[in-house]
Design a protein around this ligand. Structure first.
Ligand code: CAA
Length: 392
């Protein structure tokens, strides 16, 4: 049976996240955006309330929330500010590969570290010359006795400047393309440097840094999953986190839709509120439809994960549709505000800037279409170990 009714617990969770967004995020969002301030105070409060590390299983101190629960939280936080929401959710992206393929010892130590204290972790996949084309990465991990030595630079790393540990993808066989990539847990030490904090168009409250590993030594037991199987772990991770990005895009679109709707009822032109003009009504109607469908696609992609099913195509549908919808809805919201929409004193120009990253990070809208086309034209069976699906 298809039923979109949330349980009382889910409604309460959504309300709690909304309350947090309204009281702790919205009031500072525009100021943090202007100054590019990293919102440590908000993150600490989110951590205390249990809004960080939401998918971490109870045995490692987390709430073990479902993927659907996660999307409910992420939409609300992003409604407050998607830059702050990205900072809050980055631990989830970094932890997913560990939950999927890490040894029990590694999970116990590093997942628990994030729930016992306010600590951060970052996901390090992208490199200057390897964005969409993951297999083009140049970072290497060389086995030396009972250690691996990591060398290379990763860019666009969320919370990178503040992370206590990193999940790092590196080549363990340079000539084997995607079959030569492995995934590692790398604690931060003196050999890890933060080279650059990006000055961004949007999501200015989130920290985005370049991280360099310079002869960084880690124990061999910090390998996540099997050697040369890291690419699959990366793809399985993104299947699990793209619904969260779709939820964040829905939150941005919803915020823009609400601002535009309220403004259209107040702004008078030609003697009537502009909401009385059909040209505006149709824009509002299209916004409402896009927010609604973004949420449905997001929930669908999350529920499949909760059922232990592979969601690759649904995850890409949701991420692609919600990201493009957020860009369209925020652009239309600026249009509804007219010239005022272009001015920083009004809220929607920030939302339009923030929306852009939704079409870029965790796989561009073009990469999502590539995944959808491949899954449609050449559906292939991907063997995911059942245990990994459950853990994810
Ligand atoms: N689950 C499991 N396995 C999968 C999979 C999935 N969803 N998708 C692919 N695979 C497997 C394939 O079955 C294949 O396996 P074999 O080795 O057994 O043949 C293997 O992986 C290679 O698959 P492809 O041939 O499809 O690989 P590709 O090189 O053509 O790349 C891609 C595919 C979709 C383009 C992929 O590289 C991709 O998703 N790129 C985008 C990367 C991305 O999203 N980066 C975002 C970084 S994170 C971020 O932005 C966050 C932040 O903090 C800012």
């Amino acid at each position: 049976m298809v039923d979109f009714t949330l349980t009382d617990e889910q409604k309460a969770l959504r309300e709690m996240a909304h309350d947090f967004a309204a009281k702790e995020i919205r009031p500072v969002a525009w100021e943090y955006d202007r100054d590019g301030t990293w919102p440590e105070d908000v993150l600490r409060k989110a951590w205390e309330l249990g809004l960080m590390n939401t998918h971490t299983p109870e045995e490692y101190g987390g709430p073990g929330a479902s993927y659907l629960d996660g999307t409910l939280i992420e939409e609300e936080l992003s409604w407050g500010c998607s830059g702050i929401a990205t900072s809050i959710s980055a631990n989830g992206l970094a932890s997913a590969p560990l939950a999927l393929g890490g040894s029990e010892e590694l999970k116990k130590r590093y997942l628990s570290m994030l729930t016992e204290d306010f600590k951060l972790a970052s996901f390090c996949l992208t490199e200057p010359d390897a964005g969409s084309d993951v297999s083009g990465m140049r970072t290497t991990a060389t086995r030396k006795g009972d250690k691996y030595v990591i060398n290379g630079s990763k860019c666009f790393i969320t919370n990178g400047g503040y992370a206590d540990w990193y999940t790092v993808y590196a080549k363990t066989d340079k000539d084997a393309g995607h079959r030569g990539i492995s995934c590692f847990l790398v604690p931060r030490d003196d050999t890890v440097s933060v080279d650059k904090k990006e000055d961004k168009m949007g999501q200015r409250a989130s920290n985005t840094a370049t991280i360099t590993f310079n002869e960084t030594e880690i124990p061999a037991g910090h390998l996540i999953g099997e050697e040369n199987k890291g690419f699959k772990i990366a793809m399985m991770t993104l299947d699990r986190t793209r619904p969260g990005v779709a939820a964040m895009a829905t939150g941005i679109a919803r915020a823009a839709f609400e601002f535009a709707t309220n403004y259209s009822k107040e702004r008078v032109q030609f003697g009537v509120p502009i909401a009385m003009h059909q040209a505006i009504q149709f824009m509002i109607a299209d916004m409402a439809t896009k927010v609604h469908l973004s949420r449905l696609a997001t929930w669908n992609s999350a529920v499949l994960l909760d059922q232990g099913r592979r969601n690759t195509i649904e995850s890409s549908h949701a991420k692609r549709f919600a990201a493009d919808a957020a860009m369209e809805v925020t652009t239309d919201a600026v249009q509804v505000y007219g010239g005022y929409g272009f001015i920083k004193d009004y809220p929607v120009e920030k939302l339009m800037r923030d929306a852009k990253i939704m079409q870029l990070y965790e796989g561009t809208s073009q990469i999502q279409r590539l995944v959808i086309a491949r899954e449609t034209l050449l559906p292939r069976r991907v063997d995911e170990p059942a245990a990994a699906v459950a853990a994810g």
